[in-house]
Design a protein around this ligand. Structure first.
Ligand SMILES: [Fe+2]
Length: 315
C-alpha cells in the first residue's frame, strides 16, 4: 500500500504577541494550554489530540506549519523518502520530536508552493475528553491559498494519498479520512493560509462558542451559514493576528467505497451558494481581507487602524 497521511493534527502560527494570543485562544476561543517550551505554547481542544494549535513568538505573524498524522514510523519514513525524491526543501529529517510537543516521530518540509508542513506519528494523546461542546474538539481543515490550485491539489494527492472530494471554480477540497476535507486549496494571488477550521461537537456548541466570542468582543466575520461542498455549518472570525479562523460542525462524512466527487459545474449550478440556507450569502469584507493573507501582512507592517477600517468598510 502506498504511504499516506491519515489525519490533520493542527496548525502552528508565528505571532508577534504571545501573551495576547494565548489569552485569546484560551479565554475566548476555548482551547486549553497543554505545555510551553521557550517561545512556544501548545494548546489542546476537547478531543484526544495532544495539541491542535501551537503558537511561537516571532517578529512577524506567519504560518509556521500545518501538521498531519501518519500511522507509524515506517509510513513517516516512506513519506519522507517520497518528499525528498520529489526535491522538496527538507526542514527537519525524521527524528524524535520534543516532549513538550507530545513527543513522537516526524519530519518537516516545504510543500509545492513553499508552505511548511509536518508529518508525524506516535504523538502522545490525552486520555481525558473535556465535556464542553462550546469549545473546539479538534482542527478539522486548513485552507491554503494557492496560485497553482490544480498542481497543488495533485501534489497532495500524489505525494500524501489525499483523495478528491469536490471542486468549485475557486477551491479544491481533498480528504485524508472519511471527513469531507482536511485540506482545501483556494485560488489566490499568492500562497499562504486562507483559514483554519475547528470542529465543534454540534450546532448548539457552535452557537454557544460564537456567543462566548461575541461576549469577549470578537464579532462574527461571516456566518452563521451552511456551506455547499462539505455541507458544514460555519461561523468565521478574525483572530488577533489577522488570521481567518472558523468554528464548524456537521462536516459531511464520506463512504470511501461509493463517494463520487462533484464537478465544478455541479457546484456552479447548485442553488444557494456559498450558503445552503441562503443566509450568509457573501463573505464579509473582514473575512475576505483576512483570508487573502493581507490583514496579517498589514498588521505585520504596522498599517494604521484607519486604513484597516477603510478596507473593512469595503464590500
Ligand atoms: Fe472552512
Amino acid at each position: 500500500m502506498h504511504p499516506r497521511v491519515t489525519g490533520l493534527r493542527g496548525v502552528e502560527l508565528g505571532v508577534r504577541d504571545l501573551k495576547k494570543t494565548v489569552e485569546f485562544y484560551t479565554n475566548a476561543w476555548g482551547l486549553e494550554e497543554v505545555s510551553r517550551e521557550g517561545d512556544t505554547v501548545y494548546m489542546r481542544g476537547t478531543g484526544a489530540e495532544h495539541h491542535i494549535l501551537a503558537v511561537h513568538e516571532r517578529p512577524k505573524a506567519c504560518l509556521i506549519g500545518a501538521s498531519f498524522a501518519a500511522d507509524d514510523r515506517a509510513q513517516v519514513d516512506a513519506l519522507y523518502q517520497k518528499v525528498k525524491a520529489f526535491g522538496a526543501e527538507i526542514l527537519t529529517v525524521p527524528s524524535e520530536l520534543s516532549v513538550a510537543a507530545g513527543g513522537g516521530y516526524g519530519f518537516s518540509f516545504r510543500s509545492l508552493e513553499g508552505q511548511p508542513m509536518m508529518i508525524s506519528c506516535d504523538v502522545k494523546t490525552h486520555s481525558n475528553i473535556i465535556a464542553d461542546s462550546s469549545r473546539p474538539k479538534k482542527l478539522t481543515h486548513v485552507v491554503l491559498n494557492s496560485t497553482r490550485i490544480d498542481d497543488t491539489a495533485k501534489y497532495f494527492m500524489d505525494m500524501f494519498g489525499f483523495r478528491l472530494s469536490d471542486e468549485t471554480d475557486h477551491m479544491t477540497f481533498i480528504r485524508c479520512s472519511s471527513s469531507h476535507h482536511a485540506v482545501a486549496i483556494a485560488k489566490a494571488a499568492g500562497p499562504g493560509l486562507n483559514h483554519m477550521a475547528y470542529e465543534m461537537e454540534n450546532f448548539d456548541g457552535l452557537m454557544s462558542g460564537t456567543g462566548r466570542l461575541k461576549s469577549a468582543g470578537t464579532e462574527v466575520a461571516w456566518g452563521v451559514g451552511r456551506h455547499g461542498p462539505g455541507n458544514n455549518i460555519f461561523t468565521y472570525f478574525v483572530e488577533p493576528n489577522g488570521f481567518a479562523t472558523e468554528y464548524t460542525t456537521e462536516v459531511e462524512q464520506i463512504d470511501e467505497a461509493t463517494y463520487q466527487p462533484h464537478t465544478k459545474k455541479y457546484w456552479s449550478d447548485f442553488p444557494n451558494r456559498p450558503c445552503r440556507w441562503n443566509v450568509a450569502t457573501k463573505a464579509s469584507a473582514a473575512m475576505r481581507y483576512a483570508s487573502s493573507g493581507q490583514m496579517v501582512e498589514d498588521l505585520n507592517n504596522g498599517v494604521c487602524d484607519d486604513i484597516i477600517s477603510r478596507k473593512l468598510a469595503g464590500n
